[in-house]
Ligand binder design. Structure first.
Ligand SMILES: *[C@@H]1O[C@H](CO)[C@@H](O)[C@H](O)[C@H]1NC(C)=O
Ligand SMILES: *[C@@H]1O[C@H](CO)[C@@H](O)[C@H](O)[C@H]1NC(C)=O
Ligand SMILES: *[C@@H]1O[C@H](CO)[C@@H](O)[C@H](O)[C@H]1NC(C)=O
Ligand SMILES: *[C@@H]1O[C@H](CO)[C@@H](O)[C@H](O)[C@H]1NC(C)=O
Ligand SMILES: *[C@@H]1O[C@H](CO)[C@@H](O)[C@H](O)[C@H]1NC(C)=O
Ligand SMILES: *[C@@H]1O[C@H](CO)[C@@H](O)[C@H](O)[C@H]1NC(C)=O
Length: 316
């Protein structure tokens, strides 16, 4: 009888502990919401959004009258020569957006995951200083991250961080991989040739400059062209897997050029007030592709009958 009684008491005790713990986990989002509302009353936030809203307290300045404006975190995930520079200038033309460029371009900033985490903490705490740093009223802060800047290497740890801190991933890719390839080759060539009066430029701001840079017509080695295009397609597909469980949006440069409602989509994604975004950058390579390469006919022959044939004829 005594043993039976003892086991019953134990059972009830364990059960009660379990239920309180479960309730704790369920309520932790609610708790955070209450905390936010205590600091910043009447903010009208939904529970499902709390993981994505932040109220950073920067070490380097005070957010003053905007201390109660929520800040969203984002990262633009892209590849070189995919229009991400242009896209970033568009975003930065919004008074409430601060996108800090390719902060992981420098090798020593991506030595290991803890270094990467430390830098992201600094950026998202609004303490990163760059020409794009905005004032205390930033409502979205982020940076640009190329796949080959440690992102592919550490993607698991980075996805964990994104999920934990509610970072919005903005994928920006290019549909036409052949155009990206030409742009890459031309940009590498200009690093040495420095066509614009002896300075190397990756982005230009006038049609005259664009014309000078586009005057170089690369020739494309067609022996490995199709496998290379295929590889590129696979790289993009793999990257789309990395953050598929975090909040994300997928954009293609060509669509943003053609359809300006895509920029509204981005602002909605980050829950920003709508603005007309603008950029002073000018596209370097425009017009038909076959006029931009030296051996257009060879390329046409190599791509004939492959899924990439349309790359030669599309407008962007
Ligand atoms: C990461 O790199 C930094 C700087 O080199 C070093 O101090 C730190 O111990 C490294 N952390 C890990 C986990 O390797
Ligand atoms: C955007 O910035 C303006 C002025 O800089 C500020 O008044 C406004 O509250 C900000 N909006 C958000 C959503 O933070
Ligand atoms: C390059 O030089 C030409 C004349 O030599 C000049 O007209 C042009 O403004 C210069 N461009 C830049 C970007 O300095
Ligand atoms: C093209 O690439 C192949 C191997 O990738 C190389 O063997 C060949 O020499 C290259 N052709 C030219 C013209 O550079
Ligand atoms: C432009 O984009 C919006 C939203 O992304 C879409 O609904 C619309 O159909 C697009 N328009 C065209 C012409 O593609
Ligand atoms: C953007 O520009 C269009 C036309 O120039 C104008 O009708 C619209 O009100 C502007 N929107 C914003 C949010 O400023």
């Amino acid at each position: 009888m005594a043993v039976l009684l003892f086991s019953m008491v134990c059972g009830v005790y364990i059960f009660s502990i379990c239920t309180t713990q479960m309730a704790y986990f369920r309520d932790s989002n609610l708790l955070k919401l209450k905390q936010i509302q205590k600091q910043c009353p009447a903010s009208g936030i939904e529970i499902s959004e709390t993981a994505y809203l932040h109220f950073p307290e920067p070490k380097t300045f005070s957010r003053q009258e905007c201390a109660c404006n929520a800040v969203k975190f984002f990262a633009i995930i892209s590849m070189q020569r995919s229009g991400s520079g242009w896209f970033e200038t568009l975003l930065n033309s919004h008074e409430n957006v601060s996108s800090n460029g390719e902060i992981f371009g420098a090798r020593d900033r991506r030595r290991n995951l803890s270094v990467i985490y430390g830098i992201m903490d600094k950026v998202y705490n609004l303490d990163w200083y760059s020409s794009a740093s905005k004032n205390e009223c930033s409502a979205a802060v982020g940076f640009k991250w190329m796949l080959n800047q440690g992102l592919t290497e550490y993607h698991e740890g980075i996805a964990e961080y994104f999920k934990k801190r509610g970072v919005h991933a903005i994928y920006l890719f290019r549909r036409n991989h052949l155009r990206r390839m030409i742009s890459l080759i031309a940009n590498v060539y200009d690093k040495d040739a420095k066509l614009l009066n002896g300075t190397h430029k990756s982005h230009v701001h006038s049609p005259q400059e664009a014309q000078v840079l586009a005057s170089y017509k690369p020739s494309i080695n067609t022996t490995r062209l199709v496998p290379n295009l295929k590889k590129e397609e696979q790289t993009t597909a793999r990257a789309l897997e990395y953050f598929k469980t975090t909040r994300h949006i997928v954009l293609y440069c060509e669509d943003v050029v053609r359809n300006h409602t895509k920029l509204i989509d981005v602002q909605d994604f980050l829950k920003l007030p709508h603005r007309n975004l603008s950029s002073h950058q000018v596209k370097i390579h425009s017009g038909s592709l076959s006029t931009q390469i030296k051996n257009g006919e060879d390329v046409q022959r190599a791509l004939k009958g492959t899924p990439y044939e349309h790359f030669l004829n599309s407008d962007y």
